[in-house]
Structures are given as C-alpha cells and as structure tokens.
Design a protein. Sequence first.
Length: 95
Amino acid sequence: MAADSFGSRMREERKRQGLTMEQFGQKMGISGSLVGRYERDEENPKPETIRKFAEALGVSPSWLVYGEGSPKQKSLYDASVSYTHLRAHETELHL
C-alpha cells in the first residue's frame, strides 16, 4: 500500500528503519506521542521541522511532503549545488 500523506510516508520510513515512535522521537528531541500526531496528520510541521525529519530518516523532503520521486532521491537543487561544489574543487586543483 502506497503512502499517500506526509504522516503515512514518515511512518512507513520510520518502520522500515525499525524505529519505534519513541525511538524516533528521542532522535528528534520530541515525544513519541508527538511523532504519532505527525504520523496521523494531526499536526502540520513547519518547513524546518520537515527538513529535520527528512534528514533524520535519510529521505528527500519532497518525497516526505509530496511523495514525489524516490525516497532516497535528492532534490534537483541539492544535485546542482553538489555538482557546482565539485566543479569548484576540481578547478582549484588544476590552478
């Protein structure tokens, strides 16, 4: 069954990693009951919180929020920043 909301995708990934709500809550610095409210879509996380959840779970924020792309896929912005960063280092080495 495909996850169709922020909360269900977060729950799916948390469970896939073998974490309880309490364990994930400890990792995030929040209570397990608050994790449950996010997973039931009873709470709407702020953008910064979404980013932290995505980072802690090792998934892209766009997948977590919108279900777009692969869970492990970085955003195009992240890819372009990484490419630019690598090219800058490449240039420094050849100067």
